[in-house]
Design a protein. Structure first.
Length: 326
């Protein structure tokens, strides 16, 4: 009996060791020994190029968000389609930009340390560095993520919040990722530097309920202005509209101001006013300091960046971000 108990003890011990190696944690400076220049290479490339293309900051943080909401932060959004349609071909990702930017950073890092730094970490670092480089908040990015090998269009459609999502849908999709209503309000705040094509919200202007009507939750003067000067018909798929007019390149509190004025461009923006908790949070952040918003935003995006990450022996380090290793 004693021998059997000892055997059971060692079996449990071995399982615990295996579990620990499989579920390793992210850590700051993960590449300090294996690729000490990795984070600096990313930062240098971002700082060198973002000044000529500041709109990429919004694109990269959006890519980070879309990646983490499907299979966790594993760079599956970067994979090309093979025998099944990949995430990047899903409607929510057709306007995602920055793939080439990430590829160029990856090539530089691979030249320095082949097969060491994941595409998932490059996305997370690039998003942070681009926002910081354009004067926005800076947040900690613990590293050690590994890349996934599966990318599924249907999962992207199911998990990424859409511009027309109502509050219930938003709350559910965020909760599925371990994010709460405060995270919803804070991460929506990134729309302060975003842009959109008219087709993402034109139904609010021209055919909200299928009867040729306008969304009553959208400020009527703002809607009139959009129809007159921007989105002149429901099928306009080329005109770009700022989510936070007048400060699209400034990470500030302007987005919340637009929401309070009922000028949030998307239904998902307006939805923040339909729940007492999120409405109060919008007001709280708008009336607070920019420094407080930055600090709170940092907490939420750090939390988002750790959704279902693959670490330890999970996942792989992809040699090319768009391809599964041979």
């Amino acid at each position: 009996m004693k021998m059997r108990n000892q055997c059971n003890y060692f079996k449990v011990l071995i399982l615990c060791i295996l579990a620990a190696s499989t579920h390793a944690q992210l850590e700051l400076g993960f590449y300090t020994k294996s690729c000490p220049k990795a984070e600096q290479i990313v930062a240098n490339f971002v700082h060198e190029h973002i000044r000529n293309a500041p709109s990429l900051a919004a694109a990269l943080i959006r890519m980070h968000f879309h990646d983490c909401f499907v299979r966790g932060c594993d760079a599956s959004v970067l994979l090309n389609s093979t025998n099944q349609q990949a995430e990047k071909n899903a409607p929510p990702n057709l306007t995602v930009r920055g793939f080439d930017f990430i590829d160029r950073i990856k090539s530089l890092v691979e030249a320095e340390c082949p097969g060491v730094v994941s595409c998932a970490d490059i996305i997370a670092l690039s998003a942070r560095d681009s926002i910081a480089a354009t004067g926005g908040p800076y947040w900690k990015v613990p590293t050690g993520r590994r890349d996934g090998v599966v990318s599924n269009l249907l999962e992207a459609n199911q998990n990424i919040p859409a511009p027309f999502s109502n509050f219930t849908t938003l709350q559910t999709l965020f909760a599925n990722q371990g994010l709460d209503m405060k995270d919803l309000v804070l991460l929506s705040g990134a729309h302060t530097i975003g842009i959109s094509l008219c087709t993402s919200f034109s139904n609010r202007l021209y055919n909200f309920t299928g009867k040729g009507d306008q969304d009553p939750s959208l400020d009527s003067e703002y809607a009139k202005n959009l129809k007159t000067f921007k989105c002149k018909n429901i099928n306009d798929n080329t005109t770009i509209v700022e989510l936070d007019p007048g400060s699209r390149n400034t990470f500030d509190l302007g987005y919340y101001s637009q929401v309070v004025k009922r000028r949030g461009l998307f239904e998902s923006d307006s939805a923040l006013l339909t729940n007492s908790v999120t409405k109060a949070l919008v007001t709280q952040f708008l009336q607070g300091s920019l420094e407080n918003f930055y600090a709170e935003f940092a907490k939420s995006i750090e939390k988002m960046g750790q959704i279902k990450v693959k670490t330890g022996s999970q996942g792989v380090i992809r040699k090319h971000c768009a391809l599964v290793n041979n």
